[in-house]
Every structure is written in structure tokens, then in C-alpha cells.
Design a protein around this ligand. Sequence first.
Ligand code: FAD
Length: 481
Amino acid sequence: MATAPSEGVVVVGAGLAGSLAALFLRRRGDDVTLMDLRSDPRAAAAVAASAATDGGLSLLANASKRSINLALSSRGLRALRKLGLADEVLRDAVIMRGRMIHAPNGRTELQPYGTTDEEVLNSVSREAINRFLLERLSAPPEAGEGRVELCFKHKVVGLGKDGSLTVLDTADGGAPARTVRPRFIIGADGSFSVVRRELSKLCRLSLRHEYIEHGYLELSIPARPAGGRYGNGFALEPHALHIWPRHDFMLIALPNRDGSFTGTLFASWTLLEQLEDPAVGLPFFREHFADALAVMPDLAQELTANPRGALATVRCDPWHAAGRVLLIGDAAHAVVPFYGQGMNAAFEDCLALDQALDEARHNVPKAIASFYTARKPACDALADLSLQNYVEMRSKTASRLFVLKNSLDAALHRWVPSWQPSLHTAVTFSPMPYHVAKARCEWQDSLLGTAFHVSCALVGIAGVALALKTSGASARLGAHA
Ligand code: FAD
């Protein structure tokens, strides 16, 4: 890094949130320095690709294994659309029109997410979308845009009271730490955020980092030779998010453009550890996921070799200090992945911040304060909803009652358009703040519950009245007899 950007903005973390935030800021005319402790993921992909053409397929396989795919939905798309990026991102996505539920006996049932072409999820590669955003940042600025400096292998290690950042240039082996004093700092450095840790030294920041009992393990369903039942080498229906709900654990699979699927097993840590032994793991899959096992040729090796990941919710309060340091994305509000909203909410943060800066006419402290007031309750609600949806995905999706309830909500929505078709629709496909969606659907459910109880009571009263009438009539008949 050549000079300290005293007037510019520093974004810490060139992941999904940081890269998109930098694009929004550049468009506003701000000079942006984007720092990340990683090396440039575009360079890593190029090395992997050239190794693959040289016959180094295993390297490519390893590189792609890290690039789990993500469900991109309308909140994330709305932010990308504002910058004119949505179409290009969607070109590389695979549409998922609904949940494909796999019963233990191998029967499958598609539960559509919605009724319109808009109400679909899009499976995108994390690495590809990150690389795409970085490519855009590397393009020369257009008229009125600010300059962007990308600094990989730059690790932020401290934040001073005067708003200065201490940065280690790890590429420059052993170089002394440097200090920069930007006008505005955005901490987009993920759920173990160093900016957040440092912020807690400057203000009374409360933090809850709560792990759940379950973790995850990624597994692959490779593409088949072209053709086959689903075409293009897909071993399963490509336009669906596959779910094997088994109550205490579940397997899901999202499609990739190359015909493969990325599977993720969510289960207790104890079970995930037991499955490391193929003598346990393979019979377990044969018993619970027989149809998936049939399309997972590398399962035995992956059960042993693939890392297990932990799942946690991060809540902190506040997300900002001194009118110049702000947390966004997972650094502010990491959630468990069961609503597929972490990246979507991070992208929504970028859009909301852009709007707040517009409304505050570039007054950064004012924009930060109004951004936080709007986003904090929304992201707190998302954290709760994401935890609840684990139960829904691994248990309720398999139940008839769940399907019936969704059909009832959809029918009510047709009669009364303001009725939310389902909580899933409100969270995934509407722009409604998450807390508003949650409250609205809870209210609808309580209304339905009351209507159900009143109907039961009326049926009961009618039954008693009928019984009384019948017994009265037979008594009269008896008297006449
Ligand atoms: P990150 O992606 O973690 O990026 C943080 C960046 O900061 C990294 O590049 C890191 O190198 C850098 N960094 C960290 N520390 C420093 C430092 N000290 N100095 C400089 N740089 C630093 N979301 C969805 O919307 N849909 C899904 O389907 C979905 N599925 C998921 C499945 C799983 C299994 C998991 C775990 C998550 C899923 N998510 C999903 C959530 C999503 O991955 C995250 O919400 C998203 O990656 C958050 O982006 P971020 O930029 O805030 O953080």
C-alpha cells in the first residue's frame, strides 16, 4: 500500500459484503481501499485453471471444493441490480424452482417456492461471485467514480482511538505494521471480525457469538457424462434445492453450472465425527440417504477427508462507533445458513448503506446512525428466523401438515393479496424488512389459529346442539310410544 488514504474509505474484507460495498462507494465518487488478509482469489483460480489444463485436475478439484455454492434470492439481487450487475451474475447461476423432498423410501416430491418466475432461488458459486465483484472493482473507474485500490495479503490488526487502522502487509514478509487514517472505515471482515474486536475497545460493544449443537460437512455429487435423464450431466433434477429431511439431521444439495451438485450434511458434531469412519459412514448413508449414496462415488473418501464446519449466530450491539467505523455483513450479524440469507442480507446492507448515504447527503455519521437503526432489528429477526428454519427444513418439510398449511396460505393470498403466501416467501422474495415479515406472519398464524379454534368450538357447539335435539326428539318419541 503506497499512501495512507486520509480522505478515502477503507473497507476491511474483500469477501462478498466488502467487495459489493466497495463497488457502491466507488460509484458514489469515494476513493476506496479494499484490504483482505487472503491472497487475490482471482490469482488462485487462474493457477488452478492452468494446472487443470496441464493435467493437474486434483488441484482444480481442491480449489473448487472450497467454493461452496449459495442460494441468491431477491434481496441480494435487488442490490446487484442497483449496480447493473444482476444479469451477469444470473448468467452463471442455476435456477432452483422449489424444494425437492427426498423421502427415506426414495420417493421425491417437488414443493414449488412460488408461482411466478421471480419466486425462485439461484444457485451461485461463492468463489465465482466474489471473483466477479473483484473484477468489476479492478475495471477503470467511469466518469464521476472514485478510485479503488485492492490490497490483498493485508491483515488489519488494530484500530486506534483516533480512527486509525493498523495493517500488516503479509506479502512483504516481516514488514513493520503500517497505520492509515481513513475518513470512514467499513468492517466487512466476517464473523470473526477483527474490526469488531477492536471496536469493543473503543465503545461498550456487547457481543453474543452462539454456536449451535450441529455442524456441517460438504460432500460432492459429481456430474455424469453428458446426457442422462436430466441432461447436461446432472445426476438429479437440476432446478431444485434437494432436501433429505430426517428430523435429527438433514442432507441438502444445490446444483452447479457444470452438472455437479454440492451436498451439505447438517448433523450433530458427535454424528459428524462418527461418520469419519467409512465403516460407520457408508451404512449410515445406505440407511438414510440411499438415493443420494447412489450418486456419490467419492463419499467414503470425503467422509474421512472433508473438514467439518461450525455454525454460529453473531449478535452485537452497536455496529458502529465514533461516526466513522461501521460493521456490515457477517461481522455485524452472522446467521446460521438455514434461510440462505447471510449473503443476501450482507448485499442488502450495502444497498441500505448506499440509500442512507443518499438520504444523509454524504453526512457519514448521520448515515451510519440511520443505517443501524433500520438494519439492527431486521438482522436480529433474521437470526431468529434462520434458527427456526433449521427445524422447518429437517422436519416440517416432510410433513403433510406443512404442505397443507402452505396451500392454505397460498389460497388466502389469492383472495386477499395483502395476506403473505408464507413466511418463506416474505423472507426470501419480498423487500419487507425481516422483522416486519416475521411479525406479519406470526400475526397471520395466530389469526389462523384463532379461526381454527373458533371453528372447532362452533362445530363442537353444533354437535352438542344436534345431540341434545336428537335426544329430546327420541325422549318425545319414547313418551308417545
Ligand atoms: P466473509 O465472506 O466471511 O468475508 C470476510 C472477508 O474478510 C474474508 O475475505 C476474509 O479473508 C477477510 N478478513 C477477515 N479478517 C480480516 C482481517 N483481519 N484483515 C483483513 N481481511 C480480513 N448465504 C446466503 O445468502 N445464501 C446461502 O445459500 C448461504 N449458504 C451458506 C452455507 C454455509 C454452509 C455457510 C457457512 C454460510 C452460508 N451463507 C449463505 C452465508 C454467507 O456465506 C455469509 O453470510 C457471507 O459469506 C458473508 O459475507 P461477508 O463478506 O460478510 O463475510
